[in-house]
Design a binder for this molecule. Structure first.
Ligand SMILES: *[C@@H]1O[C@H](CO)[C@@H](O)[C@H](O)[C@H]1NC(C)=O
Ligand SMILES: *[C@@H]1O[C@H](CO)[C@@H](O)[C@H](O)[C@H]1NC(C)=O
Ligand SMILES: *[C@@H]1O[C@H](CO)[C@@H](O)[C@H](O)[C@H]1NC(C)=O
Ligand SMILES: *[C@@H]1O[C@H](CO)[C@@H](O)[C@H](O)[C@H]1NC(C)=O
Ligand SMILES: *[C@@H]1O[C@H](CO)[C@@H](O)[C@H](O)[C@H]1NC(C)=O
Ligand SMILES: *[C@@H]1O[C@H](CO)[C@@H](O)[C@H](O)[C@H]1NC(C)=O
Ligand SMILES: *[C@@H]1O[C@H](CO)[C@@H](O)[C@H](O)[C@H]1NC(C)=O
Ligand SMILES: *[C@@H]1O[C@H](CO)[C@@H](O)[C@H](O)[C@H]1NC(C)=O
Ligand SMILES: *[C@@H]1O[C@H](CO)[C@@H](O)[C@H](O)[C@H]1NC(C)=O
Ligand SMILES: *[C@@H]1O[C@H](CO)[C@@H](O)[C@H](O)[C@H]1NC(C)=O
Ligand SMILES: *[C@@H]1O[C@H](CO)[C@@H](O)[C@H](O)[C@H]1NC(C)=O
Ligand SMILES: *[C@@H]1O[C@H](CO)[C@@H](O)[C@H](O)[C@H]1NC(C)=O
Ligand SMILES: [Ca+2]
Length: 583
């Protein structure tokens, strides 16, 4: 029998019967005996595939998303097949020791083009008494990424892999995982197994893919900086390269770094508190003039940097010492990038990162033969064009010849249309999820340099408008915040805190906050973010729920959450480069 303890309420209900130990139940025989044979129509679990091993005193170090923790668990893997396809999909579950189990399930997602974190995301649930799971999507192994299997050959896509990545694999993971967990811990049919999701970036997109389609599946989703609006999001990485090529100016990386340092320095105080954190990038957008950086001198020493683009793909760059002054062209390029993609006739096709976000996608490369800086195509964007738009099995574009702002817009519309029902992931009507009582905490770094912060705001606002068309702005915002809350994280980068604004932090106990909301009805107001580096490490910062924005008063000592129309308008976009609405 199982014992239940509520960490949150501090009350304990211990069952009278002797609880099974981890060693008792963590065997392949027992795990195989509780594996469901067909929890969904069309899939069959292979009982002979089940493996189980107990892991004791596992230490998970601290990450942006959770504090360090040590726990025991049962590591189970199993595979299933799609009837009629004879394929193999691998799942991995980490189940808490019976005494620590708290009737919770957690699905975890991936990053980049990976559908899982290769084990790295599983601790996030076990530490809170949740059985946690990941899927390999049927791609061959937990470390095989979607981009390695998407093309069967030039011109031929693997549509099964595409739909598995898009949403189906996660649906199946939760169906098999929840059924397995109930059987493993002997839950009766009337006992509730709370179902949670946690993921960031691609993992955030995977979370929305479930919330949008399978409303009954989840009680709560913690979603970070989701890679939604895929058709626009992926080619958007190429936008700075097109700006540089169009302007005929390839800024040395140090120049853009200096421009950004000056942006942060100038905009820091606009939020009312001088702490090195730009908590109001919207005010920065309204008031910062990039031309004010012209003439500032910069210096960066020679160095060799390795940029990890995704698992197993990194680039190494050796750059000479850079010593110069910010040019008119450099300031103009930065301003153009921040403005976001517009067609040649001035219509908005997409958006860019907020001022204060680093210019990673704009990075040029040094050519020692010509002693000059050149275009460096980011393969996240390049590979999207080669594999998903051109269906050619190449990891990168070789050049941006003849690529204009209009080409970028056309690429975005092509990807949107072709993958609308599988990767776009912006379905704005969440009625089934809401009706089932589901809760969402959505977070996004305000200085994210990889997925525009405005992307999350735009989707959130689309949901508000679609679900509450007859309510006023205030009424609909309040109604939405009752179950779906968006928090922008000041100073934070992509799914983590940023060393450029170390006093910012990242919310580190969000899943716990979600559990408290779902299981105890404790609706969060401000969300805690934890400073995780620098001299204020450990400090708690409070985040304001959208559409309220932080504003410090009393000389920076007191945080208020305010609504400011002019700031709000900077987050509202009319994507008039397309005839259809872009949610
Ligand atoms: C786990 O750690 C605890 C406390 O340090 C110790 O008592 C226990 O023996 C350890 N268990 C195993 C299996 O190593
Ligand atoms: C979990 O089990 C799989 C399959 O046996 C194994 O590859 C993996 O290393 C195990 N993980 C841990 C943490 O024991
Ligand atoms: C299914 O795949 C397995 C291994 O890949 C193979 O041995 C078996 O013959 C296949 N079965 C059918 C019905 O195709
Ligand atoms: C696919 O197309 C690319 C680009 O044309 C080419 O380099 C590659 O060899 C082709 N692959 C196959 C298997 O034909
Ligand atoms: C579930 O019940 C079976 C049969 O009574 C028992 O062997 C097993 O230990 C129980 N599982 C747990 C996790 O308590
Ligand atoms: C930008 O600021 C950081 C400190 O936040 C510093 O390490 C870096 O050298 C500065 N870069 C330039 C180009 O001044
Ligand atoms: C910045 O300077 C450029 C000329 O270098 C000018 O075209 C542009 O309008 C200026 N921007 C602002 C905001 O004043
Ligand atoms: C950068 O260049 C300026 C002007 O040429 C020079 O005075 C300065 O010493 C240089 N700085 C470094 C760190 O090389
Ligand atoms: C992509 O290809 C371009 C052109 O060959 C090259 O400049 C760039 O470094 C490549 N990027 C990556 C990440 O491989
Ligand atoms: C770019 O356009 C020119 C003029 O239309 C054409 O000659 C050239 O082949 C094009 N280059 C590429 C790479 O498409
Ligand atoms: C948030 O931080 C405050 C202050 O550090 C603390 O009192 C509170 O318990 C935290 N809330 C949650 C939900 O962790
Ligand atoms: C405002 O805060 C700054 C920084 O903490 C401090 O130096 C200054 O004295 C304060 N001003 C007043 C009027 O309290
Ligand atoms: Ca500040």
């Amino acid at each position: 029998m199982r014992s239940k303890m509520s960490l949150l309420a501090g009350t304990a209900t211990l069952s009278l019967a002797q609880a099974a130990s981890l060693a008792d139940v963590c065997t392949s025989t027992y795990a195989s005996s509780v594996a469901p044979s067909s929890p969904l129509m069309g899939i069959t679990v292979d009982p002979s595939s089940v493996t189980a091993n107990a892991v004791y005193n596992y230490s998970s170090s601290s990450t942006a998303f959770w504090a360090a923790s040590t726990f025991d668990f049962c590591n189970v893997t199993l595979s299933y097949t799609h009837d009629g396809l004879n394929d193999t999909v691998l799942l991995e579950f980490w189940l808490p020791a019976p005494a620590d189990f708290q009737n919770r399930w957690l699905s975890t997602g991936g990053f980049g083009y990976a559908i899982n974190g290769d084990g790295a995301n599983l601790p996030g649930g076990v530490m809170y008494g949740a059985a946690s799971g990941q899927t390999d999507g049927g791609f061959g192994s937990f470390s095989t990424e979607f981009d390695d299997v998407f093309l069967l050959t030039n011109g031929t896509a693997d549509r099964q892999a595409l739909y598995m990545f898009g949403y189906q694999a996660h649906y199946e993971l939760s169906a098999v995982g929840k059924s397995f967990t109930k059987n493993f811990f002997n839950l009766t049919t009337s006992e509730k197994l709370y179902a949670y999701y946690q993921g960031c970036s691609e993992g955030g997109r995977e979370g929305w893919s479930q919330v949008q389609r399978f409303g009954e599946e989840w009680d709560g989703a913690v979603i970070g900086a989701p890679a939604i609006r895929y058709g626009q999001q992926q080619p958007n990485h190429l936008y700075p390269g097109v700006v540089e090529q169009t302007m005929g100016y390839y800024p040395p990386p140090c120049e853009l770094e200096k421009i950004n340092n000056l942006t942060i320095a100038a905009c820091d105080i606009l939020d009312g508190k001088k702490d090195g954190v730009v908590s109001r990038t919207d005010l920065c957008k309204l008031h910062f003039d990039f031309n004010s950086t012209i003439g500032a001198s910069y210096y960066c020493p020679a160095e060799t940097t390795t940029t990890v683009l995704k698992k197993r793909l990194s680039t190494s760059n050796t750059t000479p010492a850079q010593n110069g002054t910010v040019t008119k062209a450099g300031a103009a390029a930065a301003a153009k990038m921040i403005d976001g993609l517009k067609t040649l006739d001035g219509k908005r096709a997409y958006i860019w990162y907020q001022p204060s976000a680093t210019y990673d996608d704009a990075e040029t490369q040094y050519n020692s033969e010509t002693d000059s800086w050149e275009l460096d195509i980011t393969s996240l964007g390049g590979e999207w064009v080669t594999k998903w738009l051109e269906l050619v099995d190449l990891d990168n574009l070789s050049n941006l010849d003849n690529v204009t702002y209009d080409t970028m817009r056309d690429w975005m519309e092509l990807g949107w249309q072709r993958y609308e029902d599988v990767l776009q992931t912006t379905w704005p009507d969440l009625t089934p999820f809401y009706s089932n009582g589901g809760k969402i905490i959505h977070v996004h770094g305000e200085s994210d340099p990889s997925i525009p912060t405005g992307s999350s705001v735009h989707y959130h606002e689309s949901v508000r408008q679609q679900m509450y068309p007859s309510l006023s702005f205030n009424e609909s915002s309040e109604a939405l915040n009752d179950w779906n809350r968006l928090y922008l994280v000041p100073g934070a980068a992509h799914c983590t805190y940023s060393s450029d604004q170390p006093n910012g932090g990242w919310p580190q106990t969000t899943l716990l906050t979600m559990i408290d909301w779902v299981e105890n009805g404790e609706k969060p107001d401000r969300l805690n973010a934890t400073v995780q580096e620098g001299s204020n490490t450990g400090q708690q910062q409070q985040l304001c729920p959208w559409p309220h924005r932080p504003l410090f008063v009393n000389n920076g000592t007191e945080l208020t959450c305010v609504f400011d129309e002019e700031s709000y308008e900077t987050w509202v976009y009319d994507f008039d480069a397309y005839k259809l609405p872009l949610y």
